[in-house]
Design a protein around this ligand. Structure first.
Ligand code: GLC
Length: 436
């Protein structure tokens, strides 16, 4: 039996431990700054016991917003040494659109508007919503306009880090086509803090750094980068999160009496492009799209289920993906070697590894998005199984960055904020099920 009261106390302690006075680190040593989508979910977690801290977390994140609307992936509130790539590598102060505060020069999944709305539905905070709404709107505008590379209304990504799933094998074929020539000298330190077998391979890391160097040479000029970046993709997960967040932003706009026409246009355009671009009728899967080489990236990853979270697929598509893939023990299903869902990559993929970062391990943030999607489509039994097995994993192995789906071993960093914030949500079944 899981002791929920104990879990709740431990989760709050972990968030307090990572509190850096105004923002919460994902973890003390591996991620000692503020990360965009971590922070949004952390704010929701904090709202369970400290609403003022939740608001402060969001305000700190918005301090990093660029003049063109982008909310960056990392905000360097303090010049903490021992992190790479830090502000001296990103050099965003050379970018005309960068804010006063130092940040990285790319973005991350836009889940913030959805978290603001979730908090607001539970603890009405109209003044706060009014305060943050313009920032949220301009970020979404930037995503739909400045990051629309082909008129589809879908946001394009220029770096695997923007997807939040850094070394996911869905990016491998694109990366293989990029030659990291004239790579600047650099020393990564992530693999000194965590078992290197659980971190990205060196070749992937060289590509990550090559791309950052490419962008900083162009002083983060959006237009030039969209035109020239060797990495340019449309991501099923990112765009699902964006669509869901557009719906939430629209609901906030209505409540504030703000116009919704622009958001309605984004939603309509995206809904249509999403199916055409990503759905593969033959395989019954959604695939990401390589915009440089003009084809779908046919890697079977768990993000095929993200459209359920966004309410973007039909009942039939959902049913088919669940029957053919989610419940298939060769891919994502239990009943074979897999004990703890969800593996982030189908076990049938050659790149699958149970303990390497985004190549197979369970990430609690993803389980939480999936279970909301299952609930939304009426698969409450699947959602409940996922909730239970996530809580079991956390109580067995602690608040870890990710977990081995075969035996539940905790991997990556420890005292990780995401699972702590999400545990506070998951211990309340009625909240996990709720969708606005
Ligand atoms: C890793 C993850 C990313 C997360 C960050 C901080 O880079 O891939 O999704 O935001 O760590 O936790």
């Amino acid at each position: 039996m899981i002791n929920l009261e104990h879990l709740r106390t431990a989760a709050i302690e972990t968030l307090r431990l990572n509190d850096s006075g105004g923002f919460t680190k994902p973890s003390l040593h591996l991620y000692p700054h503020q990360w965009n989508w971590d922070s949004a979910v952390i704010a929701l977690g904090l709202s369970n016991f400290d609403i003022a801290a939740a608001q402060t977390e969001i305000r700190s994140l918005l301090k990093g917003q660029w003049r063109d609307g982008m909310i960056p992936q990392i905000i360097f509130h303090k010049n903490t040494p021992n992190y790479f790539p830090g502000p001296e590598f990103w050099q965003t102060s050379n970018a005309p659109n960068a804010p006063q505060i130092l940040t990285s020069g790319i973005t991350q999944p836009p889940i913030l508007a959805s978290m603001v709305r979730k908090i607001h539905l539970r603890h009405p905070m109209p003044d706060f919503v009014q305060e943050v709404y313009p920032g949220l709107l301009s970020w979404h505008h930037w995503l739909h306009v400045d990051r629309d590379a082909d008129g589809s209304g879908l946001a394009s990504l220029i770096h695997p880090w923007e997807s939040g799933t850094d070394d996911a094998p869905r990016w491998l074929s694109v990366m293989e086509g990029i030659k990291p020539v004239n790579l600047p000298l650099y020393n990564r330190i992530d693999n000194l803090r965590v078992d290197p077998g659980q971190r990205p391979n060196q070749a992937d890391y060289d590509h990550f750094i090559y791309l950052v160097d490419f962008f900083r040479q162009r002083r983060y000029d959006s237009k030039a980068i969209l035109r020239d970046s060797p990495f340019l993709v449309q991501d099923v997960l990112f765009n699902s999160i964006l669509y869901r967040a557009d719906l939430d932003l629209r609901a906030l706009a209505e409540e504030l009496g703000e116009p919704t026409m622009e958001i309605d246009k984004w939603l309509a355009k995206m809904k249509q492009s999403f199916q055409e671009r990503f759905w593969d009728e033959e395989r019954g899967l959604y695939f990401d799209y390589d915009l440089r080489n003009h084809h779908r990236i046919e890697v079977n990853s768990v993000f095929t289920f993200a459209p359920l979270y966004a309410n973007l697929c039909s009942e039939q598509q959902a049913q088919r993906m669940i029957a053919e893939h989610w419940q298939n023990p060769q891919e994502y299903g239990t009943g074979g070697k897999l004990v703890y869902p969800a593996t982030t990559l189908s076990m049938s993929e050659p790149a699958w590894e149970p303990r390497r970062y985004w190549r197979g391990p369970v990430w609690i943030i993803i389980n939480w998005l999936l279970l909301q999607g299952f609930n939304q489509y009426g698969y409450s039994n699947l959602a409940e199984d996922l909730r239970q097995s996530s809580l079991k994993l956390i109580s067995k192995s602690g608040f870890r960055e990710y977990y081995d789906p075969l035996d539940g071993t905790g991997c990556g960093t420890t005292a990780f904020s995401w699972p702590a914030a999400i545990a506070l949500e998951m211990i309340k079944p009625e909240e996990s099920a709720a969708q606005g």
